[in-house]
Design a binder for this molecule. Structure first.
Ligand code: F6R
Length: 261
C-alpha cells in the first residue's frame, strides 16, 4: 500500500485528481470507478478545472459508481446519481450513457446487482477505483464484518453510517436503511485503487486500514491485498499512524517515474 501524507485535504485532493487525470490522458477510453461523499468533492472540482482549462477529455471515458441508496430515484437530491450529475458529470464532456450508478429503485435488487457486475466485466474491468473511507472503516457501503470477497450486493447501513450521513437528509428517520454497493471483491478487481481520507474523524479507521490486521471489522484493510493501492491522507487523518515517518521516507526517495508531484 502506497501511503501519501500531505499537509491538508486541498493538496491531497489536487494530487488525487492528478493521478486520475494521468490515467485518462494515458488511456482516453479509461474506465473510472467513482465515489460520492464529502471527501472527493474537491478532487472533482480539480478534474473539472483541468477539463475547462487544460482540455482534459472525458468524451470516451466510462464510469461506474460504488453505490446507491435503495429506494431513491435519480431525481432525489440525496441520491448518488443526482450527486454525481451535480458534482461532476454535468461540468465535463462525459457521455451520460457511459456513466453508471446502481439503480436503487430496481424492482429486483439482486438482479440489478448481478447486472452491474456483468457490465463491469463486459467493459473489461475498472482501471482506477476512487474510494473514500467511512469513520467505521467501510469502503463503498461495505460495513464492518461483511465478506472480504463480496460482489455487488444489497447492504444494511450501520447505525454509525446513518448518523454520519443523516445531516443532509434533515433527520435520521428520513435516511434509507439499505444501499446497493460494489462488494469488496469487486473493488479489489480494479487494476488500481485510490483512497482519500482526511480529517481527525478518520484517524482510527485510517490506522486500522493501513497498519491493522487484514480483518472484516475494518473493510478498508482489504486494500492491503491489492497490488496497486494508493492512500492519500492529510496530517489529521494520518495522526494515528505508527509508521508515518516510514511512509514519508518512502515518498521522498521515489524514483523519478514513481513521483506524482
Ligand atoms: C461513497 C462511499 C462511502 C464514502 C464514505 C466516506 O460513495 O462509498 O464509502 O466514501 O462514507 O464519506 P465522506 O467522504 O462523506 O466522509
Amino acid at each position: 500500500m502506497e501511503v501519501l501524507i500531505r499537509d491538508n485535504s486541498d493538496i491531497g485532493c489536487v494530487l488525487g485528481a492528478k493521478i486520475i487525470a494521468r490515467v485518462v490522458r494515458e488511456k482516453p477510453d479509461a474506465v473510472l470507478g467513482l465515489a460520492t461523499g464529502r471527501t472527493p468533492l474537491r478532487l472533482y472540482q480539480e478534474l473539472i478545472r483541468q477539463h475547462r482549462e487544460e482540455g482534459l477529455d472525458f468524451s470516451r471515458v466510462t464510469t461506474f459508481n460504488l453505490d446507491e441508496y435503495v429506494g431513491l430515484p435519480a431525481t432525489h437530491d440525496q441520491s448518488y446519481r443526482y450527486f454525481m450529475r451535480e458534482s461532476l458529470f454535468r461540468h465535463i464532456n462525459i457521455d451520460q450513457k457511459r456513466t453508471h450508478v446502481p439503480d436503487g429503485t430496481a424492482a429486483d435488487l439482486h438482479a440489478e446487482c448481478r447486472a452491474y457486475e456483468q457490465k463491469i466485466i463486459d467493459i473489461g474491468g475498472i482501471d482506477i477505483q476512487l474510494l473514500g473511507l467511512g469513520r467505521n472503516g467501510h469502503i463503498g457501503f461495505n460495513e464492518p464484518t461483511g465478506s472480504l470477497r463480496s460482489r455487488t450486493w444489497v447492504k444494511i447501513l450501520s447505525e454509525q453510517t446513518l448518523r454520519d450521513n443523516s445531516d443532509v437528509f434533515g433527520s435520521l428517520e428520513k435516511m434509507p436503511r439499505h444501499a446497493l454497493t460494489m462488494g469488496i471483491g469487486t473493488i479489489l478487481d480494479a487494476r488500481r485503487v485510490l483512497l482519500v481520507a482526511f480529517g481527525p474523524a478518520k484517524v482510527r479507521a485510517v490506522e486500522q486500514m493501513v497498519e491493522g490486521p487484514l480483518a472484516g471489522i475494518c473493510p478498508g484493510s482489504a486494500l492491503q491485498l491489492h497490488p496497486r493501492a494508493t492512500v492519500i491522507l492529510d496530517e489529521n487523518s494520518a495522526a494515528g499512524l505508527h509508521y508515518a515517518d516510514h511512509y514519508r521516507w518512502i515518498d521522498r526517495h521515489k524514483l523519478a517515474w514513481q513521483k506524482y508531484d
